[in-house]
Design a protein around this ligand. Sequence first.
Ligand SMILES: Nc1nc2c(ncn2[C@@H]2O[C@H](COP(=O)(O)OP(=O)(O)OP(=O)(O)O)[C@@H](O)[C@H]2O)c(=O)[nH]1
Ligand SMILES: [Mg+2]
Length: 321
Amino acid sequence: MKFFEKIKASLTKTTTNVATSLRGAFDAFTGANDEFFDDLEERLILSDAGADFASRVVAELREIVKAKGLRGAEEIKAELAKLIAAAFPQPGEATLAPTFDAETPVGARLASPGCASPTMQIILMVGVNGVGKTTTIGKLAANYVSEGKRVLLAAGDTFRAAAADQLEIWAKRANCEIVRGKEGGDPAAVIYDAIAAAKARGCDVVICDTAGRLHNKSNLMKELEKIDRVITREAPEAARQTLLVIDAVTGQNGLFQAKEFSKTATVTGVVLTKLDGTAKGGIVIAIAEQLKIPVVYVGTGEKQDDLIQFDAEDFANAIVQ
Ligand SMILES: Nc1nc2c(ncn2[C@@H]2O[C@H](COP(=O)(O)OP(=O)(O)OP(=O)(O)O)[C@@H](O)[C@H]2O)c(=O)[nH]1
Ligand SMILES: [Mg+2]
């Protein structure tokens, strides 16, 4: 399934407040009048895109509709999609992401013989508890393995008892390696061991899991800083990504989380999970627009195949359709 269909299917599947979705504005379309634009603006706000963004986009849309003399819902929809897509920064480092084909199931993709790349990639997964970090790591690992990459997972969440076991299940599923430490141990030490193992074994990709919750927020941020320092020191030549995982269901709180994590880590991309559970994917617009962080992946379910590469244009089209 292509990104567009998959996103659309996810959005359609949702039971939460479909009335808030943007397409509702077009279902009720009777003309490009104040009623329509106000309804659209309200729906944008309700979808968590942010009030400022909503009023700016709707004002721009009004201008375009007037200037071009547009009358039909479809034409207006297309212009709205363009305006929404333009809110997303272009992925920079995100080009390091695996270029998997969303149409082919992971299992069906043939792995080419493993070969160590000259540049090791290190992906650090951060985000508050329960957003889907570990699950996304499992999905990503499977994708990299299917590309023929040698993948190693680092069980950097030593806080929660079952965290490493959960990651190990995903490692088995993806057929990749894992380095885990002692429960309650130092996560930075686990990451250190993982990098050493990855170097020794010639791994291409190291994906580091982290805890989403510690005794308090400042501990969590200190821990992430320490992990970051260890990676910089032990693998200065590695291609780095720090992916912030945001649960689409948490709405505007996701923006707050993104701001908090950005203070500590250089977040290179956002993964928006659980888009299958809400029509409120608008939070991703707010994050992209306000923080200029590119969205790289979208999670659309709990299974290994439920991860798609983000495409701003397709996303924008899907939420207005
Ligand atoms: N529906 C749906 N569920 C998801 C998605 N991604 C993750 N989940 C579910 O969300 C729950 C939490 O996922 P985890 O991967 O354990 O989250 P985490 O961020 O690692 O959580 P902590 O380790 O507690 O910080 C699990 O039940 C996952 O199956 C998604 O895209 N869609
Ligand atoms: Mg986890």
